[in-house]
Design a protein around this ligand. Sequence first.
Ligand code: FAD
Length: 473
Amino acid sequence: MRYVLLHHVIGGLDEHKGAWGYVFGGMGAVSQAIADCAKSHGAEIRTEQNVEEILLDGGVAKGVRLANGKELHSKVVLANTTPHVTFKDLLPENSLPHEFLRAVGEIDYTSPVTKINVAVKELPNFSCRPTEGNNPSPHHQTTIHMNCESMQLVHQGVLDYRNGEYSKKPVIEMTIPSSVDRTIVEQDGHHVVLLFTQYTPFHLNSGAWTEEKKKEYATHVFSEIDAYAPNFSKSIVGYDILTPPDIQETFGITGGNIFHGSMGLDQLYFNRPISKYSNYSTPIKGLFLCGSGAHPGGGVTGAPGRLGAMRALRNLPTNIDIRQFSLSECCLKNKAGKHKATVNRSQLLTYEMAQKPHHIGVRKSWLTWHSQNLEEFRQQQPVALAQDEVVRRFIRGFFPQNVVVSGNELVIKRRGNLLIVAGFLQYSRRLDIRRIYWMYGFAEEFLSLLLKQPVKLELSFVENEDAIAYNYI
Ligand SMILES: Cc1cc2nc3c(=O)[nH]c(=O)nc-3n(C[C@H](O)[C@H](O)[C@H](O)COP(=O)(O)OP(=O)(O)OC[C@H]3O[C@@H](n4cnc5c(N)ncnc54)[C@H](O)[C@@H]3O)c2cc1C
């Protein structure tokens, strides 16, 4: 639970730490954008095709068989179905070691989430912040939490859940994407209100989640919202409810667990999905995981997909230059930069280990000073320009005695995912070639991590300012 809270605030948006965002056109626009990009690179996409079985040939994955009987053959198979579905439902029996299947069987897929998507004819008018008319106010555009004013309230909700009942005081997370994006509603004044509610057990003590039970729960949630925004129930024109069994059935997600497996500390990092198989590979050669059941888990991040694809690419004879896509591959190149190249010394060095303390002090304060007040700059400039400024300031701060003119002459180029910093630095007697080599590696790696994309330095060293003119000519 605690980790999930952390997971939710780990990221950020537009330099606001922990912030989430709305996607214009609804969440489907993300998949559509990825699909369009893939198609532009020659991918063929088939939707509404149920995979019935992953085909094996001598224990090696060679494709899939669809529910309509059609077979698709391939060199590798990447599965973003949950590990349970992938290993227990889609592979032929006896194709996996018993121990492995046992570990898969122990993955925790319990989930307390019921999603209710509501269409309303007017915005909820909250008693604590009443609004005139039907125009969205800033608070309508944020995430609105209800029934979690105290830990005691939340705890009581969990106890109901543990007793096999839905929470009498469900924790409700409300978002209103139409308050930001009018493309997702047709009628003026109408809105889409999304309710992420907890805690609802997969199996109720009183029986199954029948239509009546779902209606009862939805009505209960709406009445709870009425306590905060009295016009809410009256404003509803329709809704759609997805209990944990509905989520399982609709999306094929085991247990209805939105993360393809709980994200407790025992099911993260090297234990996701199970220990010894956290690197997207499986006991079946040619079969890889690429869904949120794998590291780093659920959420619309694309991270498990990207990392799974990188892993699979390594197994393919390919002419794709992985370095163009991979941050870690780019950093691998820089490994040399981590070894301070003094004689008889090849120990991995951190920045702190390699520098004298007073150098670190000076450089860090220089960097801090010169990266302040970026917010103002950022507001006036497009993102790429602001990013260029960050890079220039970093290089100026990192090589303070070597910047030839003012640092503004550094050229920032972008090639695909790769960011290239080109320009000239001035020799200094204090910076010998070994140190330069190391600093290059460090600067590239640091910038790659900071910007979350591979960064390459193409900096040449010149004697002085005059030599730049000579070199340019
Ligand atoms: C109700 C709900 C609310 C969520 N809210 C948020 C949120 O606010 N923010 C956030 O970041 N994340 C949220 N998530 C989590 C996020 O949606 C997932 O982590 C993410 O979509 C996982 O992506 P994926 O590619 O790993 O798997 P999925 O998006 O689950 O994709 C798996 C796909 O496999 C398909 N499939 C299953 N079985 C088969 C089969 N046999 N043959 C063919 N296809 C099959 C499914 O239909 C599905 O399309 C939410 C999830 C749910 C369910």
